[in-house]
Design a protein around this ligand. Structure first.
Ligand SMILES: Cc1cc2nc3c(=O)[nH]c(=O)nc-3n(C[C@H](O)[C@H](O)[C@H](O)COP(=O)(O)OP(=O)(O)OC[C@H]3O[C@@H](n4cnc5c(N)ncnc54)[C@H](O)[C@@H]3O)c2cc1C
Length: 294
């Protein structure tokens, strides 16, 4: 929205209580996004919690702590997503994580013949093997399909989400899949996260961009747990995150990424794709390459 408002000629201030924008990625990557926003004239204010918005003759005044005040013609409040469940709850549907409707993997609620899918339901997480709340369009489509199959007597199950997502911020794209270090620790893994910088394609070929990658894997088993990626939006960031997303889906190790037969030609990649080079950096730091595969 900061990008959209800027494109419409508005002067934008983004206030965020966390130390960097987009707390869904690691601080190092969030800071890069903050720099990108500033590069396009957005005033980025971190470490400030908005406490009040007043409306008076002079317009809107936003007050925050510590020590923040600004006036504005328009305030957009973007503080997360909540499931809209009133109708179903009134009908007797049970809720679970973050008040989302409780469903099984065939999208059945506790009420007979009442199926639910999308932003209003809990989402089974494939890596954590438990319900989470991950409202995404990709997930909603798959869950809707499973609910449809259940409705007509099929037995397909929702295979689970990994929270794979991508967003564009001016010239950058930021993407992630799976768990980050703190999520992985909380889930009982012994994670190691290794950051690296790789070119999206052969540097001698014009138009190469640097990608910032962060891979998270389990130290003991070498299992891949998550990936984060920031780079120029023309550098195949979205499709590149889908490589670890596919690997995570199939329970591969970080080292196993090395063995994937990925495409290459100099304008688009390298014989070792950026993701594979990031995997090499991880296995090098972990100190012991693991065998490939699940
Ligand atoms: C600005 C924005 C950008 C997004 N970008 C992405 C993205 O890039 N990638 C991604 O994966 N996800 C994205 N999402 C999330 C994605 O849009 C949602 O996860 C997805 O649309 C959820 O699908 P759904 O069917 O559960 O709900 P919705 O798409 O919200 O559909 C629910 C529908 O039900 C209707 N409805 C509600 N109550 C009633 C009622 N009582 N009676 C009749 N109809 C009713 C609503 O009007 C609505 O049309 C984005 C969301 C937003 C808001």
């Amino acid at each position: 929205m900061a990008e959209a408002f800027t494109a419409r000629g508005l002067s934008v201030t983004l206030v965020e209580q966390a130390p960097a924008v987009m707390p869904t990625v690691d601080l190092e990557l969030g800071r890069l996004l903050g720099e990108e926003l500033r590069r396009y004239g957005v005033q980025v204010v971190n470490d400030v919690t908005v406490k009040a918005i007043h409306h008076d003759a002079g317009g809107l005044t936003v007050a925050g702590e510590p020590d923040f005040a600004a006036t504005a013609e328009l305030v957009l409040v973007v503080v997360g997503v909540r499931p809209d469940t009133q109708l179903a709850v009134a009908a007797g549907v049970q809720t679970g994580v973050r008040g989302a409707l409780r469903v099984d993997r065939r999208m059945r609620t506790n009420l007979p013949d009442v199926l639910a899918a999308g932003d209003c339901v809990e989402t089974y997480h494939r890596l954590l093997d438990r319900p989470t709340y991950l409202p995404l369009g990709t997930t909603a489509h798959k869950q809707g399909r499973v609910a449809g199959e259940t409705a007509v007597g099929g037995d397909r199950e929702f295979a689970g989400s990994l929270g794979t997502q991508v967003v564009k911020v001016f010239e950058l794209a930021v993407a992630r899949t799976g768990l980050r270090d703190p999520d992985a620790s909380e889930a009982g893994f012994g994670p190691l996260t290794v950051g690296s910088v790789q070119f999206d394609h052969k540097a001698y070929y014009p138009g190469a961009h640097q990608l910032q990658l962060r891979l998270t894997g389990d130290r003991a088993s070498g299992r891949l747990l998550g990936a984060q990626l920031v780079g120029d939006h023309r550098a195949e960031v979205a499709k590149r995150i889908d490589i670890p997303a596919g690997a995570l889906f199939h329970g591969m190790t970080v080292d196993g990424l090395s063995d994937l037969d990925l495409s290459y030609t100099p304008p688009f990649g390298s014989p070792w794709d950026a993701i594979q080079l990031a995997a090499h950096a991880w296995t090098h730091q972990a100190g012991r390459p693991q065998s490939a595969g699940a």
